[in-house]
Design a protein around this ligand. Structure first.
Ligand SMILES: C[S@@+](CC[C@H](N)C(=O)[O-])C[C@H]1O[C@@H](n2cnc3c(N)ncnc32)[C@H](O)[C@@H]1O
Length: 244
């Protein structure tokens, strides 16, 4: 099987991304992100098809992106305003956009698309290097729920109907914190596999990654509405600040 690389997400998902990847929190995310972004210079790591960046630009945010997948960038370019957003194509743990940014963000669990701790630390360091003194780095990521795994494995039917079946399957390695995840779709037209390997990090581990990169935790919320982060939170939004 072909190796999963930084461009693979786009190769497998670009065509249907906007149709299938709607977390239902986009408006609330745009409100909070715009608060941080205005009036400075902003960079979205893994900008994708511009789900969030385009509405932010429409609100007057000066936003740029880094994105590994040329196919995702193509989808961004096809949308109104999509030609106007500068995008650097490359791996967000390595590639740099030019100049300093006042605000950088990485959302929708995409930190976990970097499948080793070393790559995630590199990403924090890379973001910190592109931040102006006093700038902020925001991440949104799920808090792992390991109760779904039995014997480190999980299978969940996502859709079952007369003519179609979609199953989610995952194998968890607690040593590396890696989850190998697949969605299997079966219809009369055939079967389709959509793999997504990820490596989760606990919020306190991301705090350490930030510290290694010279950033300090400023805020943590349990949702885009700034609700408190508690033991029951299923996701976190964390803001790290570079000293002025
Ligand atoms: C879940 S999508 C999020 C896209 C967008 N940020 C959003 O919220 O809709 C993940 C994105 O990360 C990109 N990606 C994955 N690994 C990457 C990497 N190492 N460097 C840059 N982009 C990457 C994928 O191509 C995809 O566009």
């Amino acid at each position: 099987m072909k190796k999963y690389g930084p461009e693979t997400f786009g190769e497998l998902n670009a065509d249907e991304y906007d149709l299938l990847h709607n977390p239902g929190t986009t408006d609330a995310a745009i409100d909070l992100l715009s608060e941080f972004a205005l009036p400075g210079r902003t960079l979205e790591l893994a900008i994708g098809t511009g789900r969030v960046a385009l509405p932010m630009a429409a609100r007057g945010c000066r936003i740029e992106g880094i994105e590994a997948s040329p196919l995702m960038v193509e989808k961004l370019r096809e949308k109104p305003g999509g030609q106007d957003i500068p995008v650097t194509v490359g791996d967000m743990s390595e590639v740099r956009a030019e100049g300093d940014f006042d605000f950088i963000f990485l959302i929708f669990n995409t930190l976990y698309n970097l499948t080793s701790q070393a790559a995630q630390v590199k990403c924090f360091r890379n973001a910190a290097a592109m931040l102006a003194p006093g700038g902020a780095f925001l991440i949104e990521a799920f808090v792992p729920d390991l109760s779904q795994f039995h014997d480190h494995r999980s299978v969940k039917p996502r859709h079952v109907s007369f003519g179609a079946l979609a199953l989610e399957a995952a194998v968890h390695d607690p040593v590396t914190q890696r989850i190998d995840y697949q969605v299997l779709r079966v219809t009369s037209e055939g079967t389709r596999l959509t793999p997504l390997p990820m490596r989760y990090a606990w919020p306190q581990e991301t705090d350490l990654m930030a510290q290694l990169a010279g950033l300090e935790l400023e805020s943590r919320w349990g949702g885009w509405d700034k609700c408190a982060f508690t033991a029951d939170s299923r996701m976190h939004i964390s803001v790290y600040r570079k000293p002025a």
